[in-house]
Design a protein around this ligand. Structure first.
Ligand code: PLP
Length: 366
């Protein structure tokens, strides 16, 4: 068996030890005679799996006691709707638009506001700058009375990441952050946020699962039109199990959390992510053949888009990469060019293999 280096933006590569363990336990988990997929979600075996997953996630992210962890379904996209349903409460919400994903979240909130009541405001956008940087303080138009301020802290398609707490708008209103594509890539100050959510398929596990970390005082404000299953308070009261949860996805997420702890926790994971992204950015910056257009202080460590200066070579680049075992490098169609997604599971050796290939390709075609 040969495993390729998979640079997909998501669903993305998972740590190999996690997949091996899941394969070993597929038919018989811990001697109970069946696999996790076949277990009752109410039984003591699965209850222990979910409790351990939550405990490990809390330890990794140092989640304070006044935050609830929810394992929900419908991906991050469902949260675009669930957030205004639960938090708008007839008031106004601010949205920052720094790329495709925050623009979609804003669009969904606007779509729902007629039914929910209240208002949704665009509090800042970098669209005219081509989504190549973070917002600057002077570009923000923040409402100090907003129910919440929504932002996406890592724009997967444009490769723009807000990492430093000092770059977060200091408005005093609850920050609601889409961290789908960089959660668990470094330590976080959870207390700075009201709600964090992340679709699982990059740094957590199988797609469809979405993890929500929400401060307790934000529960219980859902609009009356909110379906019961989408009410955070109801889900929190029912341990994310009002209905049958995505059991297998939660189990894999739990294995990933344990793997992250075995790496030395998130400080060690961050050091590795810095080494990986520096390797690729340093190479790109030294090259005349390739180009990354994101401003330096806004560059993502997880998703690195780049262009070949001669885009007529794109197909040959991708074909050669695939032959070298480096896959899923095609950029999103809205941006073009290439994108290397280098989440936690991508080893430094994978990024080195990519850089070696890119150097060789430019030498042959430059
Ligand atoms: N937010 C971000 C930052 C994403 O990268 C994605 C998708 O990959 C989504 C939201 C949508 O996630 P999902 O497909 O799980 O709904």
């Amino acid at each position: 068996m040969t495993r390729i280096y998979n640079f997909s933006a998501g669903p993305a590569a998972l740590p190999e030890p996690v997949l091996r363990q899941a394969a070993e336990e597929m038919l018989d988990w811990h001697g109970v005679g069946c696999g996790v997929m076949e277990m009752s979600h109410r039984g003591k075996e699965f209850t222990s799996i979910v409790a351990q997953a939550e405990a490990d996630l809390r330890e990794l992210l140092a989640i304070p006691d006044n935050y609830r962890v929810l394992f929900l379904q419908g991906g991050a996209t469902q949260q675009f709707a669930q957030i205004p349903m639960n938090l708008l409460a007839g008031g106004s919400a601010d949205y920052l638009v720094t790329g495709t994903w925050s623009k979609k979240a804003y669009g969904e909130a606007k779509h729902l506001v007629g039914a929910l009541g209240g208002a949704v405001r665009l509090a800042g956008s970098t669209e005219t700058a081509g989504f190549t940087r973070l917002l600057r303080t002077e570009e923000l138009d923040l409402d100090p009375r907003a129910r919440y301020l929504h932002l996406c802290t890592n724009e997967t398609i444009h490769g723009v990441e807000l990492r430093e707490v000092s770059r977060l708008p200091d408005t005093g209103v609850p920050l609601v952050a889409d961290m789908s594509s960089h959660i668990l890539s470094r330590p976080l100050d959870i207390g700075r946020y009201g709600l964090i959510y992340a679709g699982a398929q990059k740094n957590i596990g199988p797609s469809g699962l979405v993890v929500v970390i929400v401060r307790e005082d934000l529960l219980g404000h859902a609009s009356p039109v909110t379906p019961t299953i989408m009410d955070y308070r109801v889900m929190a009261e029912n341990g994310s199990m009002l209905n049958t949860p995505p059991t297998y996805a939660i189990y894999i997420a739990g294995l990933v959390f344990r793997w992250l702890k075995a790496q030395g926790g998130l400080a060690a994971v961050e050091a590795n992510n810095i080494a990986k992204s520096d390797l690729l950015y340093d190479f790109l910056d030294a090259s005349d053949f390739y180009d990354n257009r994101v401003e330096h202080d806004s560059r993502s460590r997880m998703n690195i888009p780049f262009l070949l200066r001669d885009d007529a070579l794109n197909d040959a680049f991708l074909a050669g990469a695939k032959a070298a075992g480096l896959t899923q490098l095609k950029g999103h169609k809205s941006v073009g060019g290439m994108r290397a997604s280098i989440y936690n599971a991508m080893p430094l050796a994978g990024v080195q293999a990519l850089v070696d290939y890119m150097r060789d390709f430019s030498a042959r075609n430059g």
